[in-house]
Design a binder for this molecule. Structure first.
Ligand SMILES: Cc1cc2nc3c(=O)[nH]c(=O)nc-3n(C[C@H](O)[C@H](O)[C@H](O)COP(=O)(O)OP(=O)(O)OC[C@H]3O[C@@H](n4cnc5c(N)ncnc54)[C@H](O)[C@@H]3O)c2cc1C
Length: 409
């Protein structure tokens, strides 16, 4: 293996995972993070069996499982009439298959502790904005204060949905903000400490979700509560305050009262906006894009963090197994392009059925999805899509490869 110097911009899921794989393989890795202290931003996550397999490869799946919550099922019900839109159980695809609900901070701590253990240098308070190609073909990174770092053999853009390196260098294929976003908060799980991610809908205009997250290793088990709303209504809902929001949420899903009563202020809810962003490829010259820097989707299919883990693993294997950088980047493209394209398109297609101010998609969903869920072929396809196993419309990975080996991680 050729030892390479590798800069990674961004200490999120993709950046930390790539740093661990690459440092363990013997590369000289350096991380850059715009915040003074690397920290997780955002809600709880549902990690799919494919993402879990990446954590298992790192030897971290056991810890993630202890600190998070095993999720077997995903159910969605229409409020009022109680029509079951879907009830998907990973085990119907293959016995022993499951996902993990985990607080983002818990996953971050697991990955960051490993980065520390490997003594990967982390330069914080440094916002990388561009790369500079050198005469010898290497690449340096430049921050907002015009400081230059490097040169490196390769620069990895793992700087998330708002990636500055993407803006500066990538060939953008599609980039559009979603009109809907979400408010989310984390509270004690109480009677919602189940093995199921549950959602309630009223047409596609209103949606609430509860994802069990486990207890992070100590204390009470938690859940993440998601509330879907148009981005243009964020300020109005904040101004109307906690009681008005709580009343709205309670009307949609009265059984969540034990969760809703734990919120003290509307500021306990954090805003999330997302876009639909894709690139023409994973790399431009010596800059390679992984995770949300490369593809941003709505969280409806719960695949973003999963894809970030898979990208990081594929990149590290490519760089470790190939003599030439160009071959490594071609291998990354080959390994990851089909799956990421499938999930970006599927998210674009499916999101309006759950988040739209038009009543038609919600009506089609409430009639069509239960039918699709009863047909064996389409139900299996829905389950494969959920589990992160799809690698094209007609292709998928075998589920049996992704049953966690609990004795060995
Ligand atoms: C509400 C919501 C719910 C979600 N739920 C799920 C789910 O259930 N399952 C799932 O798989 N995915 C989910 N996702 C998607 C998931 O959060 C992202 O896909 C994932 O975090 C991407 O990881 P990343 O490492 O690419 O980016 P990030 O996690 O965003 O990390 C980027 C890092 O780069 C740093 N950074 C940014 N700019 C710079 C810069 N210029 N210089 C240096 N550092 C920089 C940031 O501070 C951050 O540390 C959800 C997303 C949202 C918004």
């Amino acid at each position: 293996m050729i030892e390479r110097t590798i800069a990674i911009s961004g200490c999120g899921i993709a950046g930390l995972t790539a740093a661990i794989f690459l440092a363990r393989a013997g590369h000289d890795v350096r991380l850059f993070e715009k915040f003074d202290k690397p920290k997780p931003l955002g809600a709880g996550l549902l990690l799919q069996p494919t993402g879990l397999a990446v954590l298992a490869e790192l030897g971290l799946a056991g810890k993630a499982l202890k600190r998070g919550k095993r999720i077997h099922r995903l159910t969605g019900l229409v409020a009022d009439g109680g029509v079951e839109v879907f009830d998907l159980d990973y085990r119907d695809l293959y016995p022993g298959l499951y996902g993990i609900g985990i607080h983002r901070a818990v996953l971050f701590d697991l990955l960051f502790a490993e980065v520390r253990k490997l003594k990967v240098p982390v330069t914080t308070g440094t916002e990388i904005i561009t790369g500079k190609e050198q005469i010898d073909g290497k690449i340096s990174l430049v921050d907002t204060n015009d400081n230059e770092y490097g040169p490196f053999d390769i620069a990895v853009a793992a700087d998330g949905a708002g990636s500055k390196l993407r803006k500066a260098h990538a060939e953008i294929h599609y980039d559009k903000p979603y009109p809907y976003g979400a408010f989310w908060g984390v509270v004690d799980a109480r009677e919602f400490d189940t093995d199921c991610l549950t959602q309630r809908y009223k047409s596609s205009r209103k949606m609430m979700g509860v994802l069990p997250l486990g207890n992070g290793g100590k204390g009470a088990a938690k859940v993440a509560v998601f509330w879907s709303l148009p981005v243009k209504d964020f300020d109005r809902v904040r101004t109307e305050g906690l009681d008005a929001w709580r009343q709205d949420a309670w009307t949609l899903w009265p059984e969540t009262e034990p969760l809703l009563e734990q919120f003290q202020s509307i500021d306990d809810l954090t805003e999330a906006r997302y876009s639909d962003t894709t690139l023409f490829g994973f790399s431009v010259g010596r800059i390679v894009f992984i995770g949300d820097a490369c593809h941003v989707t709505s969280p409806q299919l719960g695949q973003g963090a999963n894809m970030a883990l898979l990208d990081a693993s594929a990149l590290a294997h490519g760089l470790t197994n190939n003599e030439m950088v160009i071959e490594a980047l071609q291998q990354l493209e080959q390994n990851r392009s089909d799956q990421t394209k499938f999930y970006c398109r599927a998210s674009r297609w499916i999101t309006p059925f759950f988040q739209s101010s038009n009543v038609l998609p919600g009506t089609i969903r409430d009639i069509g999805f239960p039918i699709l869920g009863r047909i064996k072929f389409t139900r299996t396809e829905m389950l494969r899509s959920l589990a992160g196993l799809k690698s094209g419309i007609f292709r998928h990975l075998p589920p049996e490869y992704f049953v966690p080996d609990e004795g060995n991680n």
